[in-house]
Write a protein that binds this ligand. Structure first.
Ligand SMILES: *Cc1c(COP(=O)(O)O)cnc(C)c1O
Length: 360
């Protein structure tokens, strides 16, 4: 059986070393030494001044919306994981969807301005599959209309654009360190900001709003993460390079073997680096995509329609709306298996089957 993804697991002894320390210190959560160490290491690795390790990527989004005190309408993309939209609704704001660009599959920055009203307070965009949004254009629009910008960087760990971390863009960026993501801590997330005041606010929010043992300075929640998750993050931290190289090798192998397939990959940002988080392909027709999906399933190879359906016409708590490009792409897109333990032979088999199904 070949699943679409498998979580990376480091050698168990490496994780156990950290557990011994946890048992000795008897410090299990609440910004413990492993969580702090992980924050320092990730800042150095990503080239960032500030970041906070939090519960997960969804809480990271909720904290970001709260820290910027957003109200009213938030412009966002219908082509993302549900958490991007649900966080907006959860925080009492209204998502206003803007169609995506047919090449990058990110929010179409040229269509944002026509959706801005006097109730708009922010733009929340996803770097889909780790492919950077048009951050320069979005920044310009935000400045002109006095809007805040949040990036859902759940897929974007390690990506650089214009020579610096993609997480430096926007008022706040978030990341997910969930087990299915490229680099993970089991469950986990990051909030990133350049602004010291926002950082302070986020730190209070993460810890119930506490400012000292008996005082509060914010409305907070419990956004902390545990030493056990930090230990997983630290163990995996030392494998980031290996993870990257293995995924790069598999991706390039797919690219070479799938040249004859009637499908396209998203077009990557010209100044953006690749992190090989997913292997998405957009087939020429939905029919071919479905035939490939079914055909692979017959060999116990599982793919995923990631992202299908569009968030704008599926959520029971929102009015349904169709978008030409999003609906079209969502109907034809599929992600192929990609994980560190996938072998080149397995990729070879997947590619051979895909071409055979197409040519039948
Ligand atoms: C995974 C994901 C999230 C949520 O992250 P969790 O850590 O699972 O809460 C948010 N947005 C996108 C685009 C994701 O893929």
């Amino acid at each position: 059986m070949i699943p679409v993804t498998k979580p990376f697991l480091p050698p168990i002894e490496e994780y156990q070393k950290y557990l011994t320390g946890i048992w000795q210190r008897q410090w299990l959560t609440n910004m413990g030494p492993l969580a702090s160490d992980l924050e320092i290491k990730l800042k150095q690795h990503l080239g960032l001044n500030h970041l906070l390790f939090v519960t997960n990527g969804t809480v990271a989004l909720q904290m970001a919306i709260k820290a910027l005190d957003l109200k009213g309408e938030i412009i966002t993309t219908p082509f993302s994981f549900v958490a991007t939209t649900s966080s907006i609704v959860w925080e009492g704001c209204q998502p206003i969807f803007v169609d995506i660009d047919k090449d990058s599959l990110n929010i179409d920055a040229s269509k944002i301005e026509e959706s801005i009203t006097d109730k708009t307070t922010a733009i929340l965009a996803t770097h889909v599959y780790g492919n950077p949004c048009d951050v320069i254009c979005i920044e310009k629009i935000a400045k002109k209309h006095n809007l805040k910008v949040i990036y859902d960087g759940a897929h974007a760990f390690g990506v650089k654009v214009n020579g610096k971390s993609l997480f430096e863009y926007g008022d706040i960026s978030t990341c997910s360190l969930h087990a299915t993501k490229l680099y993970h801590s089991g469950e986990g997330g990051l909030v990133i900001t350049k602004d010291k005041e926002i950082l302070k606010k986020l730190a209070f929010i993460r810890n119930f709003g506490f400012n000292g043992p008996e005082a509060f300075s914010e409305l907070g929640l419990n956004g902390k993460n545990s030493e056990f998750h930090a230990a997983m993050g630290l163990t995996n931290f030392f494998h980031i390079q290996t993870i990257h190289e293995k995924r790069k090798e598999l991706t390039e192998f797919y690219d070479a073997r799938l040249k004859g397939l009637h499908a396209k990959k998203p077009i990557w940002h010209k100044e953006g680096t690749l992190n090989y988080a997913y292997y998405p392909i957009v087939f020429e027709t939905e029919e071919l995509m479905l035939a490939c999906m079914e055909g692979l399933k017959g060999h116990e190879i599982y793919t995923r329609r990631y992202f299908y359906p569009s968030l704008a016409n599926t959520l029971p708590y929102l009015e349904k709306k169709n978008f030409e490009i999003t609906d079209d792409i969502a109907s034809r897109v599929m992600c192929l298996p990609l994980y560190v333990n996938l072998s080149l032979e397995e990729v070879e088999l997947i590619c051979r089957l895909l071409l055979r199904i197409q040519n039948n």
